[in-house]
Design a protein. Sequence first.
Length: 95
Amino acid sequence: MIVFVLEKVPVSLRGELTRWLSELRAGVFVGNVSAMVRDKLWEHVCEKLKGGAATLLYSAANEQGYLMRTHSTPSRIVRDFDGLQLMVVPDKKKS
């Protein structure tokens, strides 16, 4: 299973993803595709972001049961803490 979370992306990109995945809410897509299709979709999304951001979550054989990838500058950042991937909300006051 995969989940895409897209932020500030063109509507056309969201439309393209609906060919493969279901859009649960604006910018949140879920589906069950092969690893090859997942990677091709990720490459396509990264090419078409146009200033937006993307996060991909997909099933994996690890302790958490999933892995995450991000591209560009999403509102939440993936950090690795001793093998666990966790989301961090950046402190805007420090920017």
